[in-house]
Design a protein around this ligand. Structure first.
Ligand code: DOR
Length: 449
């Protein structure tokens, strides 16, 4: 017998169809039947009912940039733990970055990740292939073979393709495959051992700085190579005003360029490095910084944060992607210099980016689009939608619920968040993947009487 569900009385927001209204969502056998305002009586009694009164019903989020660490770094994250974290964060599709060990530069590794995801993942996992063999930046990976077994794009993320001619070849080759090249936008020689954003905070803490131009110079180069080749360039984790301007100019030239921004670059500036949740101390305390703020690209200036926010709001930046980068305690309980780059994001992402809605910088629908329909468009797949016939991948959101981040509650195996103890407003209360609940918070288990 068909398995039927109805999500009742929610505010359904589906930017892919221009929907923002109170409605019910009908599901049958894991697929969306329709978004409807039909009267209650017409919905047969054989439906399991999920009451979404007071909640927003959104397509499940699509993350184009996730580090699952599996294979090779399973003490930090696994396919299972990372996708459970994704489900808690409302994500029903995650694209797994290839800096695993072995890295995702062969059909065998991509197939292994895909096969294990089919049985061991809470949500959909789509692997990203490496651009170059071993991610060493010297020789192209067998991109055609990787695409054949399901790679949805190519990246050496964590490291840039520094050789411009290799990048030219990668863009040219990927054009034939119709897939994007996602080049980590950083010039290593300009980073020059830097660990945080160049500016007054770095000077005060005596930490080696990373200039904004380390990002901008690489984006500029890659845009010219996209123009030269006609290739599809997706710029990951844009963090600077200069980077935004380059992407804006590339789009106005009609180039096939898209861009992403992370929840942390949208909401945290480099004063967070002090570890005081954005407060600036009068005197630098004995514990001068929080290594959980160390990330690549680094948290930037207040002006950069304003620029990426504006770029998301005006569509210059297409999508929000988490760059979920779990690391073990041993990678972070050390000096800032020694600490690994990366922030644990999947489970806090929605609460973080809701700040933009609560501050009236963007409408709720315009926030949900870069989490759903826009990344699905880049992937060329019909995820991130509640259209009839699509997978019933759905996030139920309580946009006004306040909660305090406690990394001990994470499903992720790692705890590296700079938001410990921070109050966020907006949370994911239930996630359905192919019509089945893969995360449900207390809010729905114990409805308020
Ligand atoms: O902070 C980061 N961490 N940035 C990256 O590009 C890579 C990532 C990681 O893999 O830890």
């Amino acid at each position: 017998m068909a398995h039927k569900k109805v999500i009742r009385n929610g505010r359904v927001i589906d930017p892919s169809q221009g929907i923002d209204r109170l409605a019910d969502v009908l599901i049958e056998d894991g697929k969306i039947v329709e978004v409807t305002n039909a009267p209650l009586e017409s919905i047969a009694e054989d439906h399991e009912v999920i009451d979404a009164s007071g909640l927003v019903v959104s397509p499940g989020f699509v993350d184009l940039h996730t580090h699952l660490r599996d294979p090779g770094f399973e003490w930090k994250e696994t396919i299972e733990s990372g996708t459970k974290a994704a489900a808690r964060g409302g994500f029903t599709t995650v694209c797994a970055m290839p800096n695993t060990d072995p890295c995702q530069d062969s059909a065998a590794v991509i197939e292994d990740v895909t096969r294990r995801s089919l049985t061991g993942a809470a949500v959909r996992v789509l692997p990203i292939g490496a651009i170059t063999k071993g991610r060493h930046g010297k020789v192209l990976s067998p991109m055609g073979e990787l695409a054949e077994v399901g790679a949805i794009g190519f990246s050496d993320d964590g490291d840039p393709v520094s050789d411009a001619n290799i990048m030219r070849q990668a863009l040219t080759y990927a054009t034939g495959l119709g897939l994007p090249i996602i080049n980590h936008a950083e010039v290593h020689s300009l980073v020059h051992g830097g660990v945080m954003n160049e500016g007054p905070v770095a000077t005060r803490l005596g930490l080696p700085p990373v200039p904004a131009s380390a990002e901008a110079v690489m984006i500029a180069r890659d845009i010219e190579l996209a123009a030269l080749t006609g290739g599809r360039l997706h710029v990951p984790h844009v963090s600077t005003a200069a980077g935004v301007e380059l992407v804006r100019a590339a789009k106005s030239r009609g180039l096939d360029v898209t861009a992403e921004v992370t929840p942390h670059h949208l909401t945290l500036d480099d004063t967070w490095v002090y570890g005081l949740h954005g407060e600036v101390p009068d005197a630098v305390p004995a514990v001068a910084y929080d290594t959980n703020t160390k990330v690549n690209p680094p948290l930037r200036s207040v002006a950069d944060v304003a620029a990426v926010r504006a770029a998301l709001a005006d569509g210059t930046i297409d999508i929000i992607a988490t760059d979920h980068a779990p690391h073990a305690a041993t990678d972070k309980v050390c000096t800032y210099d020694e600490a690994a780059h990366g922030i644990n994001v999947l489970e806090t992402a929605f609460g973080q980016v809701m700040q933009l809605v609560h501050q009236d910088l963007i409408s709720l629908s315009d926030l949900i689009d870069p989490l759903t329909a826009a990344p699905a468009r880049i992937l060329g797949r019909n995820f991130g939608t509640l259209a009839a016939g699509s997978n019933a991948d759905i996030a139920l959101l309580d946009i006004d619920s306040e909660w305090t981040v406690s990394a001990d509650d994470f499903a992720s195996l790692s705890r590296n968040t700079p938001l410990e103890g921070v109050q966020l407003k907006g949370r994911v209360v239930e996630t359905l993947f192919a019509g089945e609940s893969v995360w449900r918070s207390d809010r729905l288990e114990q409805p308020a009487s």
